[in-house]
Design a protein around this ligand. Sequence first.
Ligand SMILES: NC(=O)c1ccc[n+]([C@@H]2O[C@H](COP(=O)([O-])OP(=O)(O)OC[C@H]3O[C@@H](n4cnc5c(N)ncnc54)[C@H](OP(=O)(O)O)[C@@H]3O)[C@@H](O)[C@H]2O)c1
Length: 230
Amino acid sequence: MVLVARRAEALEALAGEIGGRGGHAEVLPLDLAAPGAAAALWQALDGRQVGLVVNNAGFGLHGPFASSDPARLAAMIAVNVTALTELSRLALGQMTAAGEGRILNVASLAGFAPGPNLAVYHATKAYVVSLSVALAEELRRAGHRGVSVTALCPGPVRTGFVRVAGLEGVRILRLMPAAQAGRIARIGYRAAMRRRGVVVPGVLPAVAAMLARMAPPRLAAMATGMLMSR
Ligand SMILES: NC(=O)c1ccc[n+]([C@@H]2O[C@H](COP(=O)([O-])OP(=O)(O)OC[C@H]3O[C@@H](n4cnc5c(N)ncnc54)[C@H](OP(=O)(O)O)[C@@H]3O)[C@@H](O)[C@H]2O)c1
């Protein structure tokens, strides 16, 4: 297992935990917002065959688009969209040649509806859902039965996400209980192993995703705008 994020200490602690349970993890501290980060990651793997890529790194930013920090928005797109795309491309090149491999893209319930005051985040996750579904179909059409792309689309999960995005106190967090991160990770892992396409864990998030997909975009945006305000 190769663990990637910026904070080396957190990665070392997790690698230690994995080692303590009989696994083996290497750490690769990397800023995925930096240009060429995905290529650098791939180069560090040194030709090793990859069985599963989990594109999980990502973050949001709450607030009006017109006054959002442009650098944070650019970094969000670089991590949530560019790094995920580049890594998927590098992995699928290897996986299709080998006839085996899985990609698990962590999208979000946010990917099913436009998100006023969280507009760029919702747009990045809509991109992840769209890319994942398209790639899965491309692989199926080309007969790559051993290679799959899964999009995991959770509702709220208890992690550092709310603090990083500045989402404290928004309505959705009162209406939809946050899931435990381990549970969502297990659901995502199993879905990737079973080569499933789009997975929305939990009954409430699944109903919300269905309604968001059925509603006209403007109506979906109105509902999300209400849920994402305080
Ligand atoms: N929590 C939720 O409610 C929720 C719901 C739906 C989807 N998601 C998605 O779940 C994924 C994981 O987020 P989380 O909820 O676990 O939030 P989190 O606790 O803030 O974790 C984000 C992870 O991404 C890494 N990361 C952020 N920026 C990075 C960068 N520039 N380069 C490398 N790594 C970076 C962070 O590590 P470093 O800070 O050390 O770099 C951290 O490991 C995200 O894609 C998020 O959009 C979350």
